[in-house]
Design a protein around this ligand. Structure first.
Ligand SMILES: *[C@@H]1O[C@H](CO)[C@@H](O)[C@H](O)[C@H]1NC(C)=O
Ligand SMILES: *[C@@H]1O[C@H](CO)[C@@H](O)[C@H](O)[C@H]1NC(C)=O
Ligand SMILES: *[C@@H]1O[C@H](CO)[C@@H](O)[C@H](O)[C@H]1NC(C)=O
Ligand SMILES: *[C@@H]1O[C@H](CO)[C@@H](O)[C@H](O)[C@H]1NC(C)=O
Ligand SMILES: *[C@@H]1O[C@H](CO)[C@@H](O)[C@H](O)[C@H]1NC(C)=O
Ligand SMILES: *[C@@H]1O[C@H](CO)[C@@H](O)[C@H](O)[C@H]1NC(C)=O
Ligand SMILES: *[C@@H]1O[C@H](CO)[C@@H](O)[C@H](O)[C@H]1NC(C)=O
Length: 772
């Protein structure tokens, strides 16, 4: 207000008139919510930062304080600087070049985009237990209580047995988080397990979405289930005898079951907005979490790193020593290059199967038994006539349209009392449950769903039903075509353990290459994300306490749990070191010792499918060597992909320069190596840090793709107590003409430890990392 006092009355009057005029104008010039991102804080007073934001808004609003205040949504002032406000397109444009003496600079201005949770479909749920994944020999469970996992998601169902706090010690005094009071949520709702709960609706409501409806809570309480599911997968307590309608019966336990949880609810019925996500990151950094789990992201292709909330928020989180784990996305069915959350400072996780499956038998009249996927725990009591839905088309629907069992496309007279064979496009956002409801409505007793993507997803249905692949589907259609009175019976679903081969990369899991920087391989690793059983919100669809769902969203918290375990054992390791431990110990082989395959067609996978491979929680605790990186290395990375110093100063808040630019972005000391434009020969230097036996020798084992000779020098790394870091060079030499992407690997080996990096080479000089 100090500015105001200097104005005389007349000025004030004219300002008020100006405001009124500006408000009138606003009816014709529509405003939207934007993020004005202003980089790092440098020990400034948060109050002062907020005041500057208001001053900037006042300037941009022609001096009008009321308009400035009305347009303000959030100020970010702890982990980084910036604000969210309602701006016209012109004002947003002016902000990007905002340059007023004494005012801080602006890095980027971008619209408040909506992000989606990385589950396949809120209708389609399924299961597996996280318990057998996490044997942790000889680590101190005590220290795990000092690790705080922040979960940015749909909130939490605090009364779930997964979040009980029995036997846990009081919360550390250094914790600055809080339990925010809201609908059906008060301070005593938190406990020693759930130590923080905040919610963000400013950006969501500013976009015209309402949180005031009986199905939602205006608090951190979860009404969708997703957040309770991810939090309990990462850090849920041991809960005996958990199941989904008797399927997948067993004990449930998160990866780091004694770690603390702090939830940041940013996602509501219609999605999660950038503006709210940034507010959550800002608070989480100040609160003092150690790991952030972010099972959501943009749709591909993602925006530049500094126009995307998860990239910006995680950049600053990592700078503060917080490891950020995120999901790659569920757009695998679209082809290559659709992975998101691509920044090198994030751990990006793809989804794979486990050895547990939920299947239902379809018994044809001729005795043939075919197995499909299902979560329906009731079967048909007797067999019934089976027909193709294409033969039951109603009204103006073509047989082709009806074969997909669309709403109203089926003729009741032809379907009543029968089993229908329906088709699915393979798009994971097309609900399978809904099709079963359509079939039930027209009197169908059962459904066989032919899924082109046969992606192994077991889902609940309204009637006995099973999902089969194309091959089995054709078999059934042939039987129908060649039988006078074709019949079938669909049995109830059962749990199959030891399903082979496993793990497989899930069909929906988004794949590389990295659309923004093919020099950095993404995803980084793969983890279980198919048919995962974990805690749920009883207020959500199906009213369950535990539920089975699929998505890279479910894979992400498995890695979050691993990060917490590593952090408990090695509190001083950087986010990059922890990521390296998880990546270099991952495997590219399935439980049968064969290369990991990819659903639906079973082709042999490559690093674009699974990054460094399927994670191994116990090996990751003792990785031997680390590929470490510091925040300054990410700055150098940014310089080498074209960020200029001026922008870099704003982002980093210090005097860092672009003096040490990498020759290419591939030179970042990353645990995987990608060379993008190999013409003749190219060398990459990497640095490894010994965290294993002080005196040890590692031997290089290289697998070169055909046409490229990959050599490593030196071939032996001799560590003694004085030499903890050693550089080595990997040379890639083209020996035969080839094109496109080729894959190999480098392993540093002792008799006990293997430290493996995938090698990705693109031969030639095409200028796009995109295969799509
Ligand atoms: C809120 O606090 C009261 C009194 O401490 C308690 O009875 C109630 O169960 C609490 N929880 C919720 C969700 O309202
Ligand atoms: C099967 O029989 C049981 C017991 O007779 C009955 O409750 C159930 O509804 C029947 N199921 C179907 C799908 O007809
Ligand atoms: C449904 O099928 C019956 C019998 O084939 C036919 O008489 C009727 O016209 C059909 N109705 C629609 C809406 O297609
Ligand atoms: C089954 O018959 C339909 C025509 O009724 C035909 O379009 C389809 O190709 C046949 N499919 C098989 C597998 O025999
Ligand atoms: C940046 O450099 C200027 C001038 O050399 C100095 O005054 C300032 O303290 C430096 N800032 C930081 C964050 O190091
Ligand atoms: C690869 O290069 C190394 C060193 O230049 C050489 O000794 C070796 O024979 C080459 N291998 C092949 C298969 O060309
Ligand atoms: C190792 O490589 C790093 C990065 O390229 C470099 O800064 C450092 O000087 C090298 N160390 C040695 C001993 O060569």
């Amino acid at each position: 207000m100090s500015e105001m006092t200097t104005l005389n009355f007349m000025n004030m009057l004219s300002l008020i008139l100006l405001c009124a005029f500006a408000s009138e104008m606003r009816f014709c010039v529509s405003s939207k919510v934007y993020v004005v991102y202003m980089g790092s804080t440098s020990n400034e007073d948060p109050e002062q930062i907020q005041k500057q934001h208001h001053q900037m808004l006042q300037v941009i609003n022609g001096g009008c304080i009321e308009d400035a205040q009305a347009s303000h949504v959030y100020s970010y002032k702890h982990g980084f600087k910036g604000f969210a406000a309602k701006l016209t397109a012109k004002q947003a444009e002016d902000m990007t070049t905002f340059n007023v003496a004494g005012m801080p600079g602006v890095v980027s201005v971008f619209p408040n985009s909506k992000r989606m949770l990385h589950t396949t479909h809120s209708w389609d749920y399924m299961g597996f237990l996280a318990n057998e994944l996490m044997p942790i020999p000889g680590y101190s469970a005590k220290n795990l209580e000092n690790v705080i996992i922040g979960v940015i998601d749909t909130g939490i169902w605090p009364e779930s047995p997964s979040f009980r706090d029995h036997g846990m010690s009081p919360v550390l005094s250094t914790w600055k988080g809080k339990c925010e009071v809201g609908e059906a949520f008060n301070i005593s709702t938190c406990n020693r397990k759930l130590i923080g709960a905040r919610y963000y609706l400013g950006g969501y409501e500013a976009e015209g979405h309402s949180t005031r409806n009986p199905k939602q809570y205006r608090s951190a309480r979860d009404s969708l289930g997703h957040g309770s599911h991810t939090a309990s997968t990462a850090a849920g307590r041991f809960v005996p005898n958990v199941n989904f309608k008797k399927l997948g019966n067993g004990n449930a336990r998160g990866g780091a079951s004694l770690a603390r949880i702090a939830v940041y609810k940013t996602c509501w019925e219609s999605g999660c907005f950038d503006v709210d996500l940034l507010a959550a990151f800002d608070d989480a950094i100040r609160d003092g979490v150690h790991v952030l789990s972010v099972s959501l992201g943009p749709e591909a292709p993602q925006a530049d790193y500094f126009k995307d909330a998860v990239s910006i928020g995680s950049f600053h989180a990592v700078k503060h020593g917080i490891t950020v784990v995120s999901s790659a996305g569920n757009e695998g069915f679209q082809g290559s290059g659709y992975a998101t959350n691509l920044a090198p400072w994030i751990i990006t996780v793809g989804a794979s199967s486990t050895d547990r499956d939920f299947t239902s038998n379809v018994v044809l009249g001729d005795g043939t038994k075919l197995t499909g996927e299902s979560l329906v725990t009731f079967g048909m009591n007797a067999s019934a006539v089976i027909i193709s839905a294409a033969d039951a088309n109603a009204g103006y629907f073509t047989p082709y349209q009806s074969s997909y069992c669309l709403e109203s496309s089926l003729n009741k007279t032809k379907t009543r009392g029968k089993i229908l064979v329906c088709r699915h496009t393979g798009d994971p956002y097309e609900s399978k449950l809904e099709k079963s409801i359509v079939v039930k409505k027209v009197g169908g007793l059962g459904m066989v769903l032919i899924d082109d993507a046969d992606n192994g997803l077991a889902v609940p249905f309204a009637i006995p039903a099973a999902i089969v692949g194309n091959q089995k589907g054709e078999r059934i259609i042939t039987y129908i075509n060649h039988t006078g009175k074709p019949t079938a019976q669909i049995m109830s679903a059962t749990t199959v353990v030891g399903y082979e081969p496993s793990p497989r990369v899930a069909a929906f899991s988004s794949r590389g290459p990295n659309f923004l920087n093919p020099e950095i391989l993404k995803p980084d690793v793969t983890a279980p994300g198919l048919n995962i059983l974990a805690a749920w919100s009883p207020a959500a669809a199906q009213k369950l306490k535990f539920n089975i769902i699929s998505g890279t969203s479910m894979a992400c918290p498995h890695v979050t749990g691993m990060v917490a375990l590593i952090k408990a054992l090695h509190p001083s390791w950087s986010p990059a070191a922890i990521k390296s431990a998880i990546m270099t110990t991952a495997t590219t082989f399935n439980k049968n010792g064969k290369p990991i395959t990819v659903d639906p067609d079973g082709r042999i996978g490559n690093p674009f499918d699974y990054g460094s491979g399927f994670v191994n929680p116990s090996s990751a605790l003792t990785p031997g060597l680390l590929y470490d990186a510091k925040p300054v290395d990410y700055r150098t990375f940014l310089c080498s992909i074209g960020y200029d110093e001026e922008l870099l100063h704003l982002v980093t808040g210090d005097n860092s320069t672009c003096k040490n630019v990498f020759s290419t972005a591939s030179d970042l000391n990353y645990p995987s190596i990608s060379v993008t434009n190999l013409r003749d020969s190219h060398s990459i230097v990497r640095t490894v840090t010994n965290v294993g036996e002080p005196i040890s020798t590692y031997r290089a084992v290289v697998s070169s793709p055909r046409g490229i000779n990959i050599t490593v020098t030196p071939k032996l790394l001799n560590f003694n107590s004085k030499r903890k870091k050693i550089n080595f060079t990997v040379n890639f030499k083209l020996t035969a003409p080839s094109t496109g992407y080729l894959f190999g690997s480098l392993t540093w080996r002792t008799d006990k430890i293997s430290v493996t990096s995938p090698l990705v080479v693109r031969v030639g000089s095409s200028n796009s990392g995109l295969l799509r």
